[in-house]
Structures are given as C-alpha cells and as structure tokens.
Design a protein around this ligand. Structure first.
Ligand code: AMP
Ligand code: GLY
Length: 430
C-alpha cells in the first residue's frame, strides 16, 4: 500500500511513525511533513490545504489511501473532493466535519439527539441586543464561544457581565474572529475533570483508543494563555474502563448513530473533549481529527496495525468493535520556542537529537515544527518537539522522569517546556 499523510506537525509524525510499522505499507509519503517525518516517510512539498495539488499528486503517484491530519483541509472539503474522484481517504466529509467547524451545529445536534452537554443559547450577527439581555440575566461564570474555527482562541470564560458582553460584542461584529465569530454559543460553565476520548469510526461501528489528558495552558498548573497543547499523557486514570463504557453508551454511539440518521454519516476520528462533572460526562467539544499532542501518546499504546484499521474505515468496513492496547502508558512533553503562543523566532539549531537511542530507551521524539538546514535540524514552529516516553503498566511516575530526562538532553536557543506534564494523573482533581 502507498499511504499519503497530510499535515506537517507532531500528530502527523506520530501517524507516520505508527504507519511505518505496518507490514502492508510499502510506500509512505507526507505532505508537507517536517524534518521528523522525513525519517520515516518521503516528504512532498505541497501544503495541507492545496487540495487540487494533493489530488493530482495522489493520482499520479498511485496513492492507495490518504490520511488527513489537520482540520483545515477537512473543513475545505478534501474528503468530498477525493471521494468524488474515487480516491480512498480517511476523514469526515465537509458536512460531517461541522461537528468541529461549527459549535452551533454541534450544540444543536447534541440537543436533538439528547447527548449530554452544557446548557446553551446560540446568537447570530444582528442579535446583539438579545445576547446582551440574555447575559444580563445569566449566572456567572459562563462561557462565550465563537461558532467557527478560531485556532483554539475562540473560547472566553467570563466571570461577569462586562467581560461576557465585551467578548460577545467583539465576536458578533466580526472584530474578534471574522466570520468564524459572527455566530456564537453562550453556555453554562461546567466544573470537573477534563479528558479526551478518541473513536475511530466508519460511520456505523467504532473503536475507542486510550483516553488522554492534554495540557492546554502555556504555564505550569494550567495557568497563562491557551496553546495548541503543551503536553499529554495516556491512559488517564480519570477515565477508567467503566467510565469509558459509559461515554461510549451516552456519547459516542449516539453521535455516530445520530449523524447517520441525519444523513451525514461521520467517518474518521471523532475526538470528544469531555468534562466529567458530578452529573456525569458532558461534551465540551468535538474535533473531527486526531488531537495534537494526544496522538503522540495514544498511537504508541495501540497494539494494532494502524494502516489496516484506517484502510478498513475509509472503505466503510471497520471489522473490529475493540482494539488491542499495550499494557503501557505514555507521556509527551512539548518543547516550544520562546514566546509561543505569541510571536517567536525560528531557525534555531537543535542539539542532542542524535544522542537519544529512541526505541531502545523507550523515548520517541516526535517533531512538531522542525526543518532541515543542510545537515542540521532547526526549529520551524511554535511547538517544536514532542518528547514522548513510554512506560510499562499504569504507573506514570517513571514515565514522567524518562520524558523529562530526555528533554534535558535536547537543547535549542529559547527552548521552553512545562515542568508538570502528567502530574494530573497523580491528583484526584485531574
Ligand atoms: P473548547 O474549544 O470548546 O474545547 O474549549 C476550550 C477549553 O475551554 C476547554 O478545553 C475547557 O477547558 C474550556 N471550556 C469550554 N467549554 C467549557 C464549559 N462549558 N465549562 C467550563 N470550561 C469550558
Ligand atoms: N490538543 C487539542 C487539539 O488537538 O485540538
């Protein structure tokens, strides 16, 4: 099989790494990829959103399966385009991807199908007065969310009316997020432990992967600005087997059945962000793709042939109802450029990568934003590396030490990382 992976971050490096282990994969390509993917795949110099270019390339290079990493090409309809040309592709159609690309769509869908989520109201441009009126009578804190894709910045947790009205006004006018914000959702603030569950589905059947916890804030103890994710670990003890079983019954199955019933079957990865509240699990958000950096901890734990799994799903023919998992745990620490998530420099040489004997040490260094410059590997993004350690059984303590031991052997000018990744596994509060 020739597989083409679309994207160029740590998630795509982890997907390529896992696919490279499948006996059925004869050729692996990644567009555009990064310095890390080039060690396991051939990089193709095409942007992830260049749908026509990717389509031509896939056709000219006898690609048997295309796997889409990021949301932008899904939102732009890459799956619809490939399917119309008869090319197998793993990911949801543009209509099904609305579970991620429109929060108003997702909330309305959940309400109709009785899937547990925060209470909410939707407002559109022109309804500023109604939104203000609603906010004046609301209980605080509450959450104001831009409807569309806003690179993780479209959620404001407001402590009072002034903050909420300002956020809502800036969104509805288009000032904050352009068209992505001119519809917004105002929802109840939920308290509890947050975790993510990933389901691979062909639109009918599904399997779940190890539940994970991300660390979205830039500073230790979940302080500071939101980022794409500064680290992750899996499986999280906050979602034990019986809780995962409950999530499957109350959330995942109704989503997949509901999408099919609505005439827009969802195929690909359903990423469910959940809050485990005193009233049970509630959906915070859906994503329609693998998470980054969750993929870097979830895929190393999967004891299955990923290529066969994704091929079967793309063909609408998932055979399994559960997948085998290694009796292991994984911790990924993101090393980022100084300044991230705001402005940062790139082009800094990275030292120490060769000194890590990756698979023998139980450490996998997934590249997020790197590039080759001559013989050197240099920084090329905000998130640079995802240093991932693997440990046996359920005790994450030695895995955390292993990950940070490796982080300390890697150096680049301005390298920044959180020092508390995985600690949530050790606390009851999550
Ligand atoms: P979202 O993009 O919708 O997942 O929101 C980003 C982050 O905001 C989530 O990971 C939560 O930490 C937080 N968040 C979103 N919605 C709520 C809510 N209803 N209650 C509390 N926190 C929330
Ligand atoms: N780590 C969160 C995401 O991929 O959206």
């Amino acid at each position: 099989m020739h597989i083409l992976v679309i994207g160029g971050g740590g998630r795509e490096h982890a997907i390529c790494w896992k696919l490279s282990k499948s006996p059925a994969v004869e050729r692996l390509s990644c567009a555009p990829g990064n310095a890390g993917t080039s060690a396991v795949a051939n990089n193709v110099a095409l942007a992830a959103t260049d749908i026509e270019g990717l389509l031509q390339w896939a056709r000219n290079n006898a690609v048997d399966l295309t796997v889409v990493g990021p949301e932008a090409p899904l939102a732009a309809g890459i799956v619809d385009r490939f399917l119309a040309e008869g090319l197998p592709i793993f990911g949801p159609t543009r209509a099904a991807a609305q579970l991620e690309t429109s929060k108003a769509f997702a909330k309305d869908f959940m309400k109709r199908h009785r899937i547990p989520t925060a209470e909410f109201r939707t407002f559109r441009a022109g309804e500023e007065d109604a939104a203000r009126e609603y906010l004046r009578n609301a209980a605080y804190p509450l959450v104001v969310k831009a409807d569309g894709l806003a690179a993780g910045k479209g959620v404001v947790i407001a402590r009072g009316y002034d903050e909420a009205a300002l956020a809502a006004g800036d969104m509805l006018s288009g000032a904050a997020f352009g068209d992505a914000g001119t519809t917004l959702v105002i929802e109840e603030f939920l308290e509890g432990v947050e975790a993510s569950v990933f389901a691979l589905t062909d639109g009918k059947r599904f399997v779940t992967l190890a539940p994970a916890q991300d660390h979205k804030r830039i500073l230790d103890n979940d302080e500071g600005k939101n980022t794409g994710g500064m680290g992750a670990y899996a499986p999280t003890p906050h979602v034990p087997t019986e809780v995962l079983a409950d999530v499957k019954i109350r959330v995942i199955k109704p989503v997949i059945d509901g999408m099919r019933a609505d005439g827009i079957p969802f195929s690909g990865v359903l990423f469910v962000g959940l809050m485990f509240t005193v009233d049970g699990p509630k959906v915070l958000e859906f994503n329609c793709r693998f998470g980054d950096p969750e993929t870097q901890v979830v895929l190393p734990l999967l004891d299955e042939d990923l290529a066969a799994l994704l091929r079967d799903i793309a063909a609408g023919n998932l055979q399994k109802s559960r997948v085998a998992m290694h009796d292991a745990n994984a911790v990924c620490v993101i090393m980022a450029s100084a300044g991230y998530p705001d402005a940062y420099d790139t082009g800094k040489p990275i030292a120490g990568l060769d000194a890590i004997d990756q698979e023998n040490e139980g450490v996998l260094v997934f590249h997020s934003g790197t590039a080759r410059r001559g013989d050197a590997i240099v920084t090329a993004g905000g998130r640079v590396l995802g240093v991932t350690a693997l440990g046996e059984g359920r005790d994450v303590r030695p895995t955390i030490s292993l990950a940070y031991g490796a982080v300390q052997r890697i150096a680049f000018d301005g390298a920044y990382y959180r020092t508390d990744i995985g600690r949530k596994a050790l606390s009851r509060g999550g």
